[in-house]
Design a protein around this ligand. Structure first.
Ligand SMILES: NC(=O)c1ccc[n+]([C@@H]2O[C@H](COP(=O)([O-])OP(=O)(O)OC[C@H]3O[C@@H](n4cnc5c(N)ncnc54)[C@H](OP(=O)(O)O)[C@@H]3O)[C@@H](O)[C@H]2O)c1
Length: 251
């Protein structure tokens, strides 16, 4: 039997890489997209080097997507800026917008157009963040970009439920996860380990669960889900956001 096809962006590191490995272990064929070459070696792994910030991302992604016709697409590539909004450079801001907003737009557009052309099950999972569901001082532009991701997922999901019910869009909204995201976002590793950072395997488990049971803005980790949904709303917002900002500045 031919293996099922998955397409994963940001497949060289972090959540994308760990998800690629988990799917390969379950017998899927995986095509990874990243701007760098990959050292992931597996007979069912294929790699495409593509800078998702490039202006041609739409056409380039469409070529890969149409050649593969994947059952599952996970858009994991993303970058943060961990600085006050006033302090970040124009170049860093533009890169974040090109990747988190521009590439998400291009990938979702290709997915929705192909879903209208091809009546077979297909599922796009977008990586949002808790920052996409709430104010996050110290990561303002990142939070804004992930609100775009979450908003797009919810709205396109509802459109496809009417126009192409064989296609699904889901989104995952993780809290901090132990990957190199922080270093890739221009900060040094933390000087001390903080509590509440999820291990990447928990996020991968939830991504695979999401493929079986599509959901929007799913928060991985039972405790994180509970704290965000029930505890956080009880804390006065002014105090909470000030605390979040001051701790972001201090480490
Ligand atoms: N880790 C967290 O704390 C956390 C929390 C909530 C949400 N998320 C979201 O989860 C997703 C994955 O994060 P992660 O922790 O896995 O981050 P990561 O470890 O930094 O991995 C990101 C991956 O995206 C790739 N990438 C970056 N720019 C690219 C570009 N222009 N074109 C193609 N690929 C590019 C990176 O490649 P290079 O190595 O070449 O840069 C890397 O392989 C992101 O969307 C992030 O916003 C992460």
């Amino acid at each position: 039997m031919k293996p099922k096809q998955a397409l994963i962006t940001g497949s060289t590191h972090g959540i994308g890489r760990a998800t690629a490995e988990a799917l390969l272990a379950q017998g899927w064929a995986v095509t990874g997209i990243d701007r760098e070459a990959s050292d992931l070696r597996h007979p069912n792994y294929h790699h495409t080097e593509l800078d998702l910030c490039s202006p041609e991302v739409g056409e380039a992604f469409a070529r890969v997507y149409r050649a593969l016709l994947p059952e599952l697409t996970i858009h994991s590539a993303g970058v943060g800026i961990m600085q006050a909004f006033w302090a970040s450079s124009h170049d860093a801001d533009q890169r974040l917008l090109a990747l988190n907003v521009g590439a998400t737009y291009a990938i979702t557009k290709v997915f929705a157009a192909e879903a209208m052309n091809r009546q077979t099950p297909q599922h796009l999972i977008l990586l949002s963040s808790l920052a996409g569901l709430s104010a996050t001082p110290g990561m303002a532009l990142y939070a804004a970009s992930k609100h775009f991701v979450s908003g797009l997922a919810k709205s396109v999901h509802a459109e496809l439920a009417v126009d192409a019910p064989w296609a699904r869009v889901s989104s995952l909204a993780p809290p901090p996860v132990r990957t190199q995201f922080r270093q890739h976002s221009g900060r040094l590793a933390r000087s001390k380990r903080i509590r509440g950072v999820l291990e990447v395997n928990v996020v991968v488990r939830e991504l695979l669960m999401l493929h079986r049971r599509p959901q929007l803005d799913r928060i991985p980790g039972r405790l994180h889900r509970w704290v965000f949904t029930y505890l956080r709303p009880l804390i006065p917002s002014r105090l909470l956001l000030r605390r979040v900002y001051l701790s972001a500045k201090s480490d």
